[in-house]
Write a protein that binds this ligand. Structure first.
Ligand code: SAH
Length: 567
């Protein structure tokens, strides 16, 4: 598995040079700089504490260029919680010291040595076992899993106390270590895929060298897999992945079984039975047990997942929110981090970035929605993780409906097998309303004034009925160079049913640099105050305005209608 890309966090311009040197060691790593104090970072943050804690909780390795104490105090509240423990390092801003703080099992010492080598200093390694043996025995490389951490810790203390050790099985990464080896030793490091109860004097490490090919129709799949492995005397911890026919890509039982067993799920072209599927996909492995529904294949080395069939592709249609990073939902951030491909209108793709070198951006014109949607499915059908970006919410005059339409029109089974998800965002009407107060606090109607995809007559009819119904109105796409007169006509229709004093909110570039918010009235509103980056909110007959202490006005539409309820 690829190691996660670290975040480099700095507090001042003085650390930028060191940060850039460290960045060269980790392709794709971003430098996060404190907005008020750093110029030229890759990403700006406003609050050090919140940023560091968020990165930590997302399991992102952290390289903080500041005092170790600051990092410790900032993360302290999270340390008692179970959950992610990514590597965390403090590096002196001039690059003179590299201190691994947390994430011993996530490889923090390996990172500390890498960074120290890059900066030509010594890493402040304090882990005894690592100092003595030159490797952390409790943190085997990817492709291997430690059986039991607590037993492992005891084992390492025995070793530190002066005992010698022998190695059973293949542990190529230990060839470089300085272990006190002796073929007669009592302590042993055992590497193997066989099911085994770890003895007190052994460090048991499983190679992920086993593949289980399954038929999706098996009842109680996880139990069936456990039973078959037990019968074949193979440890569950040695399973590298489950493999199934790609005809069963959408079967929920497979996904659930993989989740329950904590192993990845891969798919390959159907070729008869499970035994043939395993043999065909991993020819280097030996099928040790097979019946009609389950086959177990064991290789002599850990299996390379990238070479086993393919993953089920994923297509997520996401909403970025209006623009500001704080208004993007965490699920969307996580989705962007896992994406292989990012598709969308160039402005929004840039807004969603920056991206790592391994992520591919596909920027297209705003009008090519259906083509973009189909391209998304083509990429996802290859097993890639694809994100289609919209601003605001993807379901509000944006890509989600286009993506579903493309799927609905398609008879391509691979497209229908894609793991499709729509992730919501804060829509411009809601972001604008929140800044003004609560103008949409009662029933309201959302309309796009663009007649590109619908006849103008239907827009007029809906405007007339919604205004008559006394709904507050939210206009998207209010005006553009190719649609110059429509907004004026729309306001005439609204004015037939509402007084000139009706409050109006104009939000332009809300949540983006240079945002403006303006409160006016229907009588004073003219189309030249509005452009295509503006959201127009028109109040109902009950919408009120009153002054704010700090200047400007609050606008709200009360929750009641008709007679005010007595409270
Ligand atoms: N999916 C988007 C809307 C796309 S339609 C959403 O949910 O917000 C594009 C229109 O949305 C623009 O013409 C403008 O009226 C409005 N809009 C989008 N972002 C905006 C922002 N940051 N500030 C004000 N209006 C915005």
């Amino acid at each position: 598995m690829a190691r996660p890309v670290p975040a480099i966090v700095i507090l001042g311009n003085g650390s930028l040079a060191t940060a850039r040197k460290i960045q060269q060691l980790y392709p794709g790593a971003m430098i996060h700089g404190l907005a008020e104090r750093v110029e030229g970072a890759d990403l700006a943050y406003h609050e050090f504490g919140a940023t560091l804690r968020e990165l930590y909780q997302q399991d992102t390795p952290i390289i903080a260029l500041c005092a170790a104490g600051i990092v410790i105090r900032t993360l302290a509240p999270l340390l008692l919680e179970k959950g992610a423990e990514p590597p965390v390092l403090a590096v002196a801003e001039d690059g003179s010291a590299v201190v691994p703080l947390l994430g011993g099992l996530g490889g923090v010492n390996v990172m500390a040595r890498e960074i120290a080598a890059g900066l030509e200093v010594a890493a402040a390694i304090t882990t005894s076992g690592e100092l003595r043996f030159g490797t952390c025995l409790l943190n085997p490389p990817s492709g291997y899993a430690l059986a039991d951490l607590e037993l492992g810790k005891r084992f390492v203390s025995d070793l530190l106390a002066g005992q010698s050790v022998r190695i059973e099985g293949a542990a190529p990464w230990l060839a470089q270590a300085q272990l006190p080896e002796d073929p007669e030793a009592q302590l042993s490091i055992h590497v193997g895929s066989a099911e085994r109860t770890p003895a007190a004097n052994e460090l048991l490490i499983y190679p992920r060298s086993v593949l289980v090919a399954v038929n999706a129709d098996v009842a109680e799949l996880p139990n069936a897999i456990r039973a078959a492995l037990h019968q074949a005397k193979i440890a569950v911890q040695s399973v590298a992945c489950l493999l199934a026919s790609d005809l069963h890509m959408t079967t929920p039982a497979l996904r659930e079984a993989a989740l329950e067993l904590g192993v990845p799920l891969r798919f390959a072209s159907d070729c008869g039975g499970v035994s043939e599927l395993a043999r065909h996909t991993v020819p280097e492995a030996t099928v040790v047990s097979a019946d009609t529904v389950l086959a177990i294949a064991v290789a002599s080395q850990p299996l390379d997942l990238a070479r086993i069939g393919r993953a089920r592709g994923r297509l997520a249609v996401i909403g970025l929110g209006p623009g500001a990073a704080e208004l993007m939902v965490p699920a969307v951030k996580a989705e962007l981090a896992r994406a292989n491909d990012v598709l969308g209108y160039e402005t929004y793709v840039r807004m969603a970035g920056p991206f790592r070198d391994d992520q591919v951006m596909h920027c297209t014109d705003n009008r090519e929605e259906m083509q973009r949607a189909r391209h998304g499915f083509e990429l996802a059908a290859q097993g890639r993780s694809v994100v289609v970006v919209s601003s605001g919410d993807p379901g509000v005059f944006a890509m989600a409906a286009a993506v579903l339409e493309a799927l609905h029109e398609s008879s391509e089974p691979l497209w229908h097998s894609v793991d499709l998800e729509i992730l919501p965002g804060v829509s411009a009407s809601l972001a604008t309303a929140a800044q003004a107060g609560a103008p949409l606090g009662h029933d309201f109607c959302v309309m796009s004034l663009s007649d590109n995809l619908k006849p103008w007559a239907i827009i007029e009819k809906r405007l007339d009925l919604a205004s008559q119904a006394d709904l507050a109105l939210a206009f998207y796409n209010p005006i553009s160079r190719s649609r110059p007169w429509q907004l004026g006509r729309a306001l005439e229709i609204v004015a037939q049913h509402r007084t000139a004093e009706t409050p109006v909110v104009l939000g332009r570039d809300i949540g983006r640099p240079g945002q403006t918010l303006r409160v006016t009235t229907l009588g004073q509103l003219t189309p030249d105050q509005v452009d295509m980056r503006t959201m127009v909110l028109i109040g109902s007959s009950t919408t009120c305005v009153f002054p704010r202490a700090e200047g400007g006005e609050w606008v709200y539409t009360p929750r009641w209608y008709g007679d005010k309820p007595t409270s």
